[in-house]
Design a protein around this ligand. Structure first.
Ligand SMILES: Nc1nc2c(ncn2[C@@H]2O[C@H](COP(=O)(O)OP(=O)(O)O)[C@@H](O)[C@H]2O)c(=O)[nH]1
Ligand SMILES: [Mg+2]
Length: 200
């Protein structure tokens, strides 16, 4: 009886861990996004004015606020050109991708498109949810969300609409961050049969 109760408890208490990759050009706001998400999830986070360009990677384990049995393991792997060649090594292990775009960096929008295209075309990424965040929406010099959607929806065209989305956020103010992560968690759960989480 004790064993049965223990087994039931262990099952009920089982945690699902999903790995998420945060990608995008350097300076897009990836590390700021991660620190703000930690803060909104009531975890200790870095002061946003202390963030320096990422060398190597940052990893954070974040229990999803409303469902603490869902743990997000988030990888912020750095966006400089030299580091981008390493991204594909993470694809087969990850359950979802968050691609952060600096909505004010009009000059590098083409580069951004190319990079996103190469991600989307990679076989290892097939079927996993991809969320594009039009970041820095708090700035007056931002591109409008509709224009950004137009650019990125073209690339995401051959992904199913269910599994990709462009959402406006400000990692600095936190606006839209929790809605974005909720969108992702719903897709991770839906895609569980294709990419099962790690049970802890
Ligand atoms: N105004 C504004 N600035 C942001 C936002 N997100 C990031 N930044 C700034 O953009 C710069 C690069 O951010 P960082 O997180 O280091 O980018 P990363 O290289 O993609 O990790 C920093 O000066 C941030 O304060 C945002 O939503 N709004
Ligand atoms: Mg960074």
């Amino acid at each position: 009886m004790f064993h049965l109760a223990k087994g039931l408890y262990a099952n009920w208490n089982k945690k699902e861990q999903y790995s998420l990759l945060i990608l995008g050009l350097d300076n897009a706001g990836k590390t700021t996004f991660l620190e703000t998400l930690k803060n909104e999830s009531n975890l200790k986070s870095k002061s946003l004015d202390k963030i320096t360009p990422t060398v190597g990677q940052n990893v954070a384990l974040i229990p999803f606020v409303t469902h603490p049995n869902i743990i997000l393991k988030i990888w912020d792997v750095g966006g400089q050109e030299t580091l981008r060649s390493m991204w594909s090594e993470y694809y087969s292990q990850c359950h979802g991708i968050i691609f952060v775009v600096d909505s004010t960096d009009i000059e590098r929008m083409d580069e951004c498109k190319q990079i996103l295209t190469s991600i989307v075309m990679d076989d290892e990424v097939e079927g996993i949810p991809i969320l594009m965040l039009a970041n820095k929406q708090d700035r007056d010099d931002r591109m409008e969300i509709q224009d950004i959607k137009e650019i990125f929806n073209q690339i995401a065209e051959h992904l199913s609409a269910r599994d990709s989305r462009v959402l406006p956020v400000s990692s600095l103010t936190g606006e839209g961050i929790m809605d974005a992560i909720k969108w992702m968690v719903i897709r991770l759960e839906r895609n569980k049969k294709n990419r099962p989480p790690i049970y802890k």
